[in-house]
Design a protein around this ligand. Structure first.
Ligand SMILES: [Zn+2]
Length: 179
């Protein structure tokens, strides 16, 4: 999911937080792999991206625990959604692609992400917002599993870490044999 992977660019929010878009170029790179290629990004635009990211995080977290949506976050998401001029384009292969209009395209890309967040939070998609079970993470993620019982935002990070922690705990329980 575009919007929740975007909020995941700040990971371990309740532990030692890791900023995965520390520079404008890293945001450009992230947008490119997410199907939203932009030409350039300024420091000011990176700040805009982070503002939107935190608003989505706050709103998605509230939605996941069925809390009232925080009004300031909703306002930010709506503002960003409205200000972009991205166009959905159908490719000959039948895929959707985004065409960004402005010179740099960052605001357009952010509007696509904001609109994606709106559709997830509004419950338009087949899936359920949930919070990662890792106490140092607690990221809001979109669970599209059949049973809707996914526990971690990402099996490769939080899921694996949890598995390893459990494995180590079990290892410690096994008494050492006499050597
Ligand atoms: Zn997690």
């Amino acid at each position: 999911m575009l919007a929740t992977s975007f909020t995941g660019t700040l990971s371990e929010r309740h532990g030692n937080a890791v900023e995965r878009i520390p520079t404008p170029q890293r945001l450009v790179d992230w947008l490119a792999v997410s199907g939203l290629s932009v030409d350039s990004c300024t420091t000011a635009q990176l700040d805009l991206a982070r503002e939107l990211r935190e608003a989505i995080h706050a709103a998605a977290t509230a939605a996941a625990i069925q809390d009232a949506l925080p009004a300031p976050a909703v306002q930010v998401i709506n503002d960003y959604s409205a200000q972009g001029r991205a166009a959905a384009i159908l490719t000959p292969e039948g895929k959707r692609r985004w065409r960004l209009s402005s010179a740099s395209g960052v605001e357009d890309a952010l509007s696509v992400i904001a609109a994606d967040a709106i559709s997830i939070i509004a419950g338009e998609r087949d899936g359920k917002l949930a919070l990662c079970a890792s106490p140092t993470c607690r990221a809001a993620f979109f669970d599209t599993s059949q049973s809707r019982t996914r526990k971690w935002c990402d099996m490769n990070t939080c899921g694996n870490r949890q598995k390893k922690a459990r494995f180590n705990a079990n290892q410690r329980k096994i008494p050492r044999s006499a050597e």
